[in-house]
Design a protein around this ligand. Structure first.
Ligand code: SF4
Ligand code: SF4
Length: 373
């Protein structure tokens, strides 16, 4: 394809942010005009928030494992955001009964926030907020620095690999779909689910050699292949990819002003052929703005809502992603659904007996339990 000439009046000039001497003005200017800088700031702020939740959970566990001899530290409800299966079960229970469960209520609201972002802003959660997405992106960028480029998986292998995450999603969705209300309730209020966050913490703290090797292999693959985990294995990403087909906001290309330079395709971390699309409908698009940022022609590649060609600036888009997340999790806080109903004494008792068969599960089946468990 022949690259057309860009007339000077439509060429997007690179902004020299260093021309602004005052650092705070320079920062604000960059946040407004450089979508990738803004996205990195949002990503790393969210990563820091997750690390803070992790540190709080550590202090809570120190208290619990000391049998309450160390000072009490409250469990951070945000940890429930790392229990997507439990959240999916909570969602179905809520839809069928109208009841927000009192075991992991914040997990349900965090899950809802992510789904709403998916419906309206495609997979923006993956590229703007998800801590695993941030680590994944940092790894392939590091790989690019070390090896000079990332490996491109050939299409014949890429398609079947991409279907793995949908198969995993199908497996979880089908298993949960089959559960009736009493079964959902039995799972939600089971001793296992009550300590699911604690079990997850202990799993990562006491990693088995198999789990450690799996993480190492995934990290190495993420160094060489862009977003290996997100693209091929993450069922959360599959669910968001599915929901993203409903999204009214999409990247659109103005074919009359496009000069066919292909810079958008080269910039896309999801390997989407942007330069031939009029509207990017791919389930892999994470609304990251990298293609929009790379396009050298004014108003040619834009993020816009269906029915309008008015570009949505990255600053507005980023504010929407963060705003929806804060609004829905804030709603949980305001309506008293943020903290769960498990008392500290109950946690203390359960942490002391965490190795009991009550807290094991076998292929999704929780152990039989009684009213006093
Ligand atoms: S098409 Fe554009 S917005 Fe979508 S993932 Fe690729 S670079 Fe990001
Ligand atoms: S839309 Fe893509 S191919 Fe067209 S001018 Fe912009 S970067 Fe180049």
């Amino acid at each position: 394809m022949k690259i057309k000439k860009i007339s000077p009046d439509v060429r997007r000039r690179k902004i020299n942010f260093h021309s602004e001497a005052k650092w705070h003005k320079r920062m604000l200017w960059r946040l407004r005009e450089d979508s990738q800088f803004l996205r990195s700031v949002v990503q790393f702020s969210f990563l820091l928030l997750c690390l803070w939740i992790g540190a709080e959970f550590y202090l809570f566990m120190e208290w619990g494992q000391s049998a309450g001899t160390l000072p009490y530290h409250q469990r951070p409800p945000g940890a429930e955001g790392f229990l997507p299966i439990s959240a999916l079960i909570s969602l179905k229970y809520w839809i069928q009964t109208g009841i927000v469960n009192t075991v992991h209520p914040s997990g349900l609201f965090i899950f809802l926030a992510i789904m709403v972002i998916g419906v309206f802003m495609k997979k923006a959660f993956c590229s703007w907020l998800c801590p695993v997405g941030t680590l994944s992106e940092s790894l392939w960028m590091l790989g690019q620095k070390i090896f000079g480029k990332n490996l491109r998986v050939p299409r014949w292998l890429d398609y079947p690999l991409r279907s793995i995450k949908y198969l995993l999603l199908l497996f979880f969705a089908y298993s949960i779909f089959q559960m009736d209300v009493p079964t959902l309730k039995e799972f939600i209020y089971s001793p296992y689910n009550k300590v699911a966050d604690i079990k997850m913490y202990l799993f990562f703290l006491e990693l088995s050699s198999v789990a450690l090797w799996i993480i190492i292999v995934l990290a190495v693959l993420s160094l060489v292949v862009k977003n290996f985990w997100c693209r091929y294995l993450c069922p959360y990403g599959a669910l968001l990819g599915f929901l993203s087909t409903l999204s009214p906001i999409k990247v659109t290309r103005n074919t009359s002003s496009c000069v066919d330079c292909q810079l958008c395709t080269k910039a896309c971390p999801s390997s989407i052929t942007v330069h031939t699309a009029t509207t990017v409908r791919s389930d892999e698009c994470s609304s990251c703005y990298a293609c929009v940022e790379a396009c050298p022609v004014k108003n040619t590649l834009v993020m816009s809502a269906r029915g309008t060609d008015k570009p949505i600036p990255s600053s507005v888009f980023g504010a929407l992603v963060v705003g929806v997340f804060i609004a829905i999790t804030g709603l949980a806080l305001l309506t008293g659904h943020w903290r769960n109903g498990i008392a500290k004494e109950e946690y203390l008792k359960r942490i002391q007996n965490i190795e009991s068969p009550l807290y094991q599960h076998n292929r999704g089946q929780v152990a039989t339990y009684g009213p006093n468990d």
